[in-house]
Design a protein around this ligand. Structure first.
Ligand SMILES: *Cc1c(COP(=O)(O)O)cnc(C)c1O
Length: 395
């Protein structure tokens, strides 16, 4: 993570791919924080410069849907953190997921996804890809033999580790090797671990995706996404998908994400510290029957150097979950995660969610399951809030 603290110092500027020099610190008074280039277009010096740029002999910002210096500074930092050649910022995590997948699949193709991936990724597969005649098969990513069996002919192996709601962890290196053996592109949603706790590219993963709305942004004030991968893969998304679907990361959001990155390692350490305390206390609580926190799993998941603040647990039948949720004072009731605030979502509410049979596949999770995001408040206060609410909700 060195060379990553002062984007305005030219010596510390992230290495851009040779052709892209979008943020030139010297021209901006060595500002310690990169400026927000809040403009749609960039004008040319003269006729020749425009011709050189259009001919592809010169790369410079032309229009912010393509290249913007602020978003470019963010992309370069993500590529460094994820140990990939390049990265591309998008308007949301879902834009990153759909753009990455759509850059590979054609009608008639088939892809394989691990079970319990992010619910809207699942709906994108089931509703959107299905309509374009792309088949998606789901597999338990913990069962390498099952993955080997289902991979032949698939174009993509789509991973998320740990998975949403159930927090199953995977052997990412082994799964990506299987994808490679079958000529498939491996992609992983790395939002949960963040690049601080996992760098999937170092484990052989081709494409790393984040909802930057979560830990990377870290302040619950931005919706954004990013794809990291080889020059070839990112170049393809940049040239074949981004201009036409158009879901580019905005300059202001890019600036918020650059700010988020500066505290990411410190925040991740604190989320881990508090979540470990609370997950341990829950595991020892007589009214809790299971805790799904990767940080408590033995043996630890390979490739994961830490555990973030999001996990789930299951209550014994004596606990009335609606009463418990309403008894909490510090945990707010809400989706998303990754910011300062602690949050709770009970699996029970998904019963009311529209989506028919799709939600049944997705929520093959027990209704006594509760998901927590442990924020940056005092762990002692959070634990006493949970313990008091459990006492208050015994049937
Ligand atoms: C939130 C989330 C997404 C989607 O990201 P958006 O920025 O909300 O579009 C994808 N994957 C995971 C694991 C998420 O939690």
């Amino acid at each position: 993570m060195k060379n990553n603290n002062n984007p305005a110092d030219p010596d510390q500027l992230p290495r851009a791919p040779e052709s892209v020099v979008a943020y030139d610190a010297e021209h901006f008074a060595n500002a310690v924080v990169p400026p927000i280039f809040q403009n749609s277009l960039f004008t040319f010096e003269n006729f020749d410069e425009m011709v050189e740029t259009y001919a592809g002999r010169k790369t410079r910002p032309v229009y912010s849907r393509g290249l913007n210096p602020t978003t470019r500074a963010f992309e370069e930092k993500i590529a460094q953190l994820e140990r990939t050649e390049d990265a591309l910022g998008l308007a949301s995590g879902m834009a990153a997921i759909s753009s990455a997948v759509l850059s590979v699949v054609k009608p008639g193709d088939r892809i394989v996804s691990v079970e319990h991936c992010y619910p809207d990724a699942f709906r994108f597969f089931e509703m959107f890809l299905r309509d374009m005649n792309v088949r998606v098969d789901y597999v338990d990513g913990r069962d390498l033999d099952a993955v080997r069996k289902i991979m032949p002919g698939a174009k993509v192996l789509y991973l998320e580790s740990p998975t949403s709601w159930t927090f199953h962890t995977h052997d990412i290196a082994a799964l990506c090797q299987i994808a490679r053996d079958h000529g498939a592109v491996s992609m992983i949603d790395n939002s949960w671990a963040s690049p601080v706790f996992c760098q999937p590219a170092t484990l052989g993963c081709d494409v790393v995706i984040h909802s930057a709305s979560k830990y990377i942004g870290g302040h619950s004030d931005v919706v954004a996404g990013v794809i990291a991968g080889s020059n070839e893969f990112i170049g393809r998304v940049r040239s074949h998908i981004l201009p036409y679907l158009g879901a580019k990361l905005s300059a202001f959001d890019g600036w918020l994400l650059l700010r988020g990155l500066r505290t990411l390692p410190a925040r991740m350490r604190e989320h881990q510290r508090s979540a470990t305390i609370i997950a341990r206390n829950l595991a020892n609580h007589p009214k809790v029957t299971a805790v799904h926190y990767p940080g408590l799993m033995e043996p630890a998941a390979p490739g994961l150097s830490g555990s973030s603040g999001l996990f789930s647990f299951e209550f014994a039948p004596e606990v009335d979950i609606p009463t418990f949720v309403d008894a909490l004072r510090f945990f707010k009731i809400g989706v998303s995660w990754g910011g300062h605030e602690s949050l709770i979502v009970p699996a029970l509410v998904t019963r009311a969610q529209v989506g028919g049979p799709n939600s049944a596949i997705r929520f093959g999770v027990p209704e006594n399951l509760v998901r927590l995001h442990i924020g940056l408040e005092s762990a002692e206060d959070l634990w006493s809030d949970l313990a008091t609410a459990i006492e208050a909700s015994l049937k």
